[in-house]
Design a protein around this ligand. Structure first.
Ligand SMILES: O=C(O)C(=O)CO
Length: 342
C-alpha cells in the first residue's frame, strides 16, 4: 500500500454540514482545499495558477458544487483539459450537472457523480409551493400585506389545483415526487419523458407526447435536465401552444425557457402566471420579469433545506469514499453508464 501522500483529494468551496466526514477522508489521501479561508480577489485565476504550478498534481478525486462554479468557472472542455492527469473522479454536489462537460470528462477517463434522489423531496416541495402560489396569484397580496397595503390594489382570486391537469416534462425522481404530492391536491397527472415509466412508477399518470402535453395541461412543470437538446425547450412557439391562462413552473434550469418569450406571454395573458426558482442568467434577473405582477419568484432554493443540503453533501463524500476504496462511484452520471438511468 502506497503512502497516503501519493494521493490527494481536493475540496472546492465549502461544506456546511459534513466537515467531520470530509476530515475522515484524510485516511484515504491528503486533503486539499480551494480556495480555503483567506479572502481571494480572483479565485478563477488562482485556481488556474494552482493547476499550472502542480499544486494539484496528485489529486485523484475532487468535490465541487453548482455554487463553486463561481470560484473556478464551469468545468467546460478547456478547464477539464487543464486538470491534473492523476484525476479520476469528479464528485459533484447537485442533481443537475450542466456546468460540467461530461463528454470531455469521459474522453479523459474521468468519472463523474451527481446527487440524484437526495434532492427529490425538497425540490418537489418547492415546485408545489410555486405552483400553488402561481395558481393563487399570490405575488401581489404577499408583497402588499408586508407593505401595510392589505391585499394590494388589484387582488385577483386564484384557481384551485383540484381537477386541473398537471403536465410534467421529465418524470425522473423529482418529477415523481411532484406527481405524488399533486395527486393529494386532486390533480390529474400527465407526463413526457425520455422513456415511459414502469406501471408501478407511472401509477395513474398518462404518458403523452410533448406537443400534446404542452397543448392540454393547465399547469406545465419542468423537471428535465439542461442539455444541448433541451435548451430553449419552451419558447415562443410552445408558449403559443399552451392553453390560454395556463401556468408554467420551473424548478429545473432557467435556460430551458426562452425568458424573453415567457415575459411576453405573461404580459399578453397567454399565460395566467409563472412560478420560477431558476433563471436564464442567474443570479442576474431581468427587471422586466421581476416587475411583472403574475410571477412568483424564488432565488434557486429548491434544495435549500438543512436536511437536504446535508444529504447532498454526504452523498458526494460517500461517492469519493466509495471511488477511492472500491473504484466505484455510487451515483455516476447516466451518460457514463451503459444502461441509462431515468
Ligand atoms: O441539485 C441541483 O442541481 C440544484 O439545482 C440545486 O437546487
Amino acid at each position: 500500500m502506497g503512502s497516503i501522500t501519493d494521493k490527494a483529494i481536493l475540496k472546492i468551496g465549502k461544506l456546511t454540514y459534513t466537515e467531520k466526514n470530509w476530515e475522515a477522508l484524510g485516511s484515504l489521501g491528503d486533503l486539499k482545499v480551494f480556495p480555503g479561508d483567506k479572502e481571494v480577489s480572483d479565485p478563477k485565476q488562482l485556481f488556474q495558477e494552482n493547476l499550472q504550478s502542480g499544486a494539484y498534481d496528485h489529486v485523484v478525486a475532487l468535490y465541487r458544487s453548482n455554487d463553486s462554479t463561481s470560484l473556478t468557472g464551469p468545468f467546460d472542455a478547456e478547464l477539464i483539459r487543464s486538470l491534473p492527469s492523476s484525476l479520476k473522479y469528479i464528485c459533484h454536489n447537485g442533481a443537475g450537472y450542466d456546468n460540467i462537460d461530461i463528454t470531455a470528462c469521459t474522453s479523459r477517463g474521468i468519472e463523474v457523480s451527481s446527487t440524484p434522489v437526495a434532492v427529490n423531496n425538497a425540490t418537489a416541495d418547492m415546485t408545489i409551493w410555486l405552483m400553488i402560489g402561481a395558481l393563487r396569484s399570490i405575488h401581489v397580496p404577499y408583497a402588499a400585506v408586508r407593505e401595510g397595503k392589505w391585499r394590494g390594489p388589484h387582488f385577483m382570486p386564484g384557481t384551485d389545483p383540484e381537477d386541473k391537469v398537471l403536465g410534467m416534462i421529465g418524470m425522473g425522481g423529482i418529477g415523481q415526487a411532484v406527481a405524488h404530492r399533486a395527486r393529494a391536491f386532486g390533480m390529474k397527472i400527465q407526463y413526457y419523458n425520455r422513456s415511459r415509466l414502469s406501471p408501478e412508477l407511472e401509477k395513474d399518470a398518462k404518458y403523452v407526447g410533448l406537443d400534446e402535453l404542452i397543448g392540454s395541461s393547465d399547469v406545465v412543470s419542468l423537471h428535465c435536465s439542461l442539455t444541448a437538446e433541451t435548451t430553449g425547450l419552451i419558447g415562443k412557439t410552445e408558449l403559443g401552444q399552451m392553453k390560454k391562462g395556463a401556468v408554467l413552473i420551473n424548478t429545473a434550469r432557467g435556460k430551458l425557457i426562452d425568458e424573453g418569450a415567457l415575459i411576453e406571454a405573461l404580459k399578453d395573458g397567454t399565460l395566467r402566471a409563472a412560478g420560477l426558482d431558476v433563471f436564464e442568467n442567474e443570479p442576474e434577473l431581468r427587471s422586466d420579469l421581476v416587475d411583472l405582477p403574475n410571477v412568483v419568484l424564488t432565488p434557486h432554493i429548491g434544495t435549500g433545506t438543512t436536511d437536504t443540503q446535508a444529504k447532498m453533501e454526504l452523498l458526494v463524500l460517500d461517492n469519493i469514499k466509495s471511488a477511492l476504496e472500491s473504484g466505484k462511484l455510487i451515483t455516476q452520471v447516466r451518460e457514463q453508464l451503459s444502461k441509462p438511468k431515468l
